[in-house]
Design a protein around this ligand. Structure first.
Ligand code: DMJ
Length: 934
């Protein structure tokens, strides 16, 4: 291929086993060259418009970084709602998420190279001085090895890379003498004790001061780590080795990668999500490209680009083949089991996989990248952000969104590969949504719940390290950046490492590299880097033509069958296997099928029914596999229906000055009073009730009349409080938790139950706030006296609509339509209800109550928890058409007790053959997965 309009060095087909230095340089070049190919398609964006958007990104960065520096630094992160720093140990623990915080000014270090990319060289110089002056690594704090590597080591190395680039240019950083690199080296040595395992896989956590072994370390007892945690070190560790000449870092990272490669499941070539660091056994055998594995794949390909070592490319290509064979179900990417890769392990996708289209661009596989990216974009258009997890029919599964950058990253790479201005429009939408929904007076706040628009007091450092970098670069022309971005590779945290490292100290560290896979089929090496002349042969509409068939993939989607059915099931004449949704315990044919699948129905004394599968009793291995799938579906159904019984969280939005609707607090609903989702939002000024617990007639009715009363939790039932404030003339109530320090960041929300009596007399809406969210309102009253809030199911737009609550927003319009539909068609009622409540993150566990508390946090009774699969109104027929199951449902509901299986597994004391043992492990992994947090 010639240089014009294509990628230099990437002939057609790509030169096999090209010298690494050439590939390292050309892979990056491939990403830019396509831009010139574009001649038509979506409306091109003018240079002025691009500059305007670029400037907007700069302004947003200033808002985030400025507030961090002003209100949080030297703390690790900014808490943008309470406008202060998050210091580990001073805030309630959020569990594993806090392991990124090492008291090392994380956000500052993670932002270093962003400052240079955004042309803020002076600020960069100041920031480097601050890091060198203030940051201490000798902290008695247990941190995640993975996070510390990608954010801190990567941040220091990215900062060093650009510092030496600037120094060489001769204007800035003239005083710099590799100080960041020295700090990176110190940190590297602090992380090394984590590798003291027989496998060479690192412990997941380390004490920065005491390492692993010392008694003071408070860590070192872990047995498992995630694949990405052990497999995302090579770029930073190799760069550290090559910059410093200290080979040990690259050696350790290579050894961990070698071990993971050895342990891949040999028949599927997939890896699981978690692995035992001592035995090398897979602990979780599900496999995808999102949480827990993502950057392992990313680092194999990028290690090849940076280090030019073919073994990494061979491994990547082998895994990539497996991913495309099993996990890729375009446009979806669905987790499967490593031993049974035709069996889906989940019915939902997590947000982290949004990086994958970007990696596919680097690999040169543009078509699936465009497809998946388009699907993700449509999910975003539906919810404003990508929820942490969403189902195969694009409903919210986990509703948070911590301002993750992966989708912006893929958008940037796709734009570089295609030059299609469509991707600039996508970037513009991302900017608009961030400003509209996440921007708060003191930074940008993570979304607690994309459905309600409520916030979390959290702005993760990756937001500055990655989001602004990718957004800025998306709109930037070459001359907008003071160095050549193509000379660098992005780490998983978007830190920049120079490609020239590939020729520096290159003789080190290959001791453990295996060579056994050099005989792989050469087809693995096709499309090593994007060949744009072939991808877009005289067809600038190429990308658009791939997107076009997918343009309604999210909106028009029917609730889908949840587990992929083996292809053999569709062979002509064969009956499709029984789906859990279709199962009727009174249908003799179904019972016969159960029997064939080795599933038996046990009637328990209390009237419930248990399903147990013995694979060995199945008629054939295919029937046994169908049985396993059926049982998994049943588990999913019952957990889904348990969720459906809960009310979704609500929002308290502060609408008065200076908040103007920008701060949205996540609130627990009440099982009594008007339903806020049905158009009953209530807006009013707040006033504290007297007595504050609201447990008796109010002594200050004049203060609360026509207002939203604030009441403290405790000492009487929620319903009683509601009646007392209602009698005093309040138009709504907010119960604030009496448990000091409680927060929805750390405690599961719950719904306020009634008092066991009739509650129809309660006509005002009531919401619950944990103490931290409540104190944001109380502090606002102290500061501004008049505080107005909106109680609703979903935050309203923060613009002019705040001034006029009577104007329905487009969203409310659609809700109205939904409400109308609810009266006109029972079939759609279920759908609407399902959408609004199904994936509620609400928890109704009684533990959320203090024992002495007399308020009633609703908790379903055991019988309520045993849900039936009969409530699902729709399923998908095998040809993809939505079919109405109302008739079947009617029939089923007559036999409710039979149709309420309490799924259980024949684990204990039952004779199980090796297949079943294997499957049980899969099932356990599946169950663990369900409990899993990202
Ligand atoms: C970042 O810290 C990195 O991109 C990491 O690989 C996983 N995701 C977070 C941001 O979402």
């Amino acid at each position: 291929m010639s240089e014009a309009g294509g990628c230099r060095g990437c002939g057609s087909p790509v030169p096999q086993r090209t010298p690494w230095s050439l590939v390292a340089a050309t892979t990056a070049l491939c990403l830019v060259s396509a831009t010139s190919v574009w001649t038509a398609g979506a409306e091109p964006m003018s240079r002025e418009e691009k500059q305007k958007l670029g400037n907007q990104v700069l302004e947003m960065f200033d808002h985030a970084y400025g507030n961090y520096m002003e209100h949080a630094y030297p703390a690790d992160e900014l808490m943008p709602l309470t406008c202060r720093g998050r210091v580990r140990g001073q805030e309630p623990s959020r569990g594993d998420v806090d392991d990124a915080l090492g008291k090392f000014s994380l956000t500052l270090i993670d932002s270093l190279d962003t400052l240079v990319v955004l042309n803020k060289t002076k600020e960069f110089e100041d920031a480097v001085r601050k890091v060198l002056r203030d940051v201490n690594l000798d902290n008695d704090v247990v941190v995640s090895v993975f996070e510390t590597n990608i954010r801190v080591l990567g941040g220091l190395l990215g900062g060093h890379s650009l510092a030496i680039m600037l120094k060489e240019k001769g204007e800035y950083m003239q005083w710099y003498n590799d100080e960041l690199l020295q700090m990176a080296k110190q940190l590297g040595y602090r992380l090394l004790p984590a590798f003291n395992t027989t496998s060479g896989l690192p412990y997941p956590r380390i004490n920065l001061k005491f390492g692993i072994r010392k008694p003071e370390a408070r860590t070192g007892t872990e047995t498992d780590t995630c694949t990405a945690c052990a497999g995302t070190l090579i770029l930073e560790f190799a760069a550290l080795s090559r910059f410093t000449g200290a080979t040990i870092f690259e050696e350790y990272a290579r050894k961990a990668l070698d071990f993971l490669w050895e342990k891949r499941q040999r028949s599927s070539n997939l890896v699981g999500v978690t692995i035992n660091i001592h035995t090398g056994d897979w602990v979780r055998k599900d496999s995808g490209v999102g949480a827990g594995i993502d950057s392992y794949y990313e680092y194999l390909l990028k290690a090849y680009v940076l280090l030019g070592d073919y073994s990494f490319l061979e491994r990547f290509n082998t895994h990539y083949d497996a991913i495309m064979r099993y996990i890729s179900q375009p446009p979806l990417l669905l987790d499967v089991h490593i031993h049974k890769p035709m069996l889906n392990a989940r019915t939902w996708m997590d947000a982290l996989l949004a990086f994958f289209p970007g990696l596919q661009v680097l690999k040169g596989d543009i078509r699936p990248a465009i497809e998946t990216h388009e699907m993700l974009y449509q999910v975003i258009k539906k919810h404003n952000f990508l929820p942490e997890a969403f189902t195969t029919d694009f409903r919210v599964h986990w509703a948070q969104h911590p301002l993750r950058p992966e989708f912006a990253e893929s958008t940037y790479f796709l734009y570089k590969a295609t030059g299609d201005p469509y991707y600039l429009e996508v970037g513009k939408t991302l900017i608009e949504n961030l400003n509209k929904y996440a921007r708060v007076p003191c930074g940008f706040a993570a979304m607690k719940d994309v459905r309600t628009g409520s916030h979390e007091d959290r702005m993760d450092s990756f937001f500055l390290a990655e989001m602004f970098k990718y957004l800025y670069l998306l709109f930037a022309d070459k001359e907008d950046i003071i160095f050549d971005i193509e000379d660098y590779i992005f780490t998983t945290e978007a830190h920049l490492l120079p490609l020239w490292l590939s020729t520096t100290n290159q003789n080190i560290s290959k001791k453990n590299t295996t060579s056994e896979y050099t005989e792989l089929d050469d087809s693995n090496f096709d499309w090593t880097c994007p060949n744009t002349q072939i991808l877009f042969p005289n067809d600038p509409l190429y990308a658009q033509s791939i997107r076009e068939p997918l343009k309604n993939v999210v909106d028009k989607s029917c609730p889908r069958g949840i587990i992929r059915v083996r292809e053999e099931s569709f062979r002509s004449g064969a009956k499709p296997p029984l789906r859990a949704r279709d199962f009727m315990a009174t249908n003799p044919e179904h019972l016969e099928i159960l029997k064939k699948m080795g599933v038996s129905l046990i009637h328990l004394k209390d009237g419930r029914v248990q399903l147990v599968q013995h694979a060995i009793q199945a008629a054939s291995s295919i029937d046994a596999e169908d049985g396993l799938r059926f049982m998994q579906e049943m588990i999913e159904l019952s957990s889904q229906q348990q969720k459906e019984q809960q009310l979704p969280p609500r929002a308290v939005q502060i609408v008065s000055h200076p908040f103007f609707g920008r701060v949205v607090l996540t609130a627990g609903p009440a099982q009594f009073g008007p339903d806020l989702s049905k158009h009953k939002e209530t807006r009013g000024f707040v006033a504290s009730s007297k007595p504050y617990n609201g447990c008796s007639e109010l002594t200050n009715p004049e203060a609360v009349v026509g207002k939203i009363a604030l009441i403290k939790r405790g000492q009487c039932m929620f319903a009683e409080k509601a009646r007392n404030i209602q009698n005093a003339g309040a138009i709504g109530g907010i119960v604030i938790d009496d448990n000091e320090g409680s927060s929805s960041d750390t405690a599961p929300l719950f719904q306020m139950a009634g008092d066991g009596k009739e509650t129809d007399d309660i006509k005002i809406p009531m919401l619950f706030l944990f103490s931290k969210e409540g104190s944001i309102i109380l502090d606002a009253i102290r500061e501004y006296e008049e505080v107005e809030v909106l109680l609703s199911d979903k935050a309203k737009d923060r613009d002019s609509e705040m001034e006029n609550e009577d104007q329905p927003s487009p969203e409310n319009d659609s809700q109205n339509q939904g409400a109308e539909r609810m009266t006109s068609s029972s079939h759609e009622v279920d759908l609407v209800d399902q959408e609004s409540s199904e994936e509620s993150s609400l928890n109704s566990h009684p533990e959320s109550l203090s024992p002495a508390d007399t308020d009633n946090a609703a908790s379903p009774s055991p019988s309520e928890q045993t849900s039936t699969p009969t409530e699902n109104p729709e399923t998908t027929s095998h040809d993809g058409e939505c079919i109405d199951l109302d008739n079947q449902l009617q029939e089923q509901s007559d036999t409710e007790e039979d149709a309420s299986p309490n799924v259980s597994w024949g684990k204990k004391g039952q004779p199980i053959d090796s297949i079943l043992a294997d499957w049980n492990e899969d099932i356990e992994a599946f169950e663990m997965m369900e409990k899993d947090e990202l």
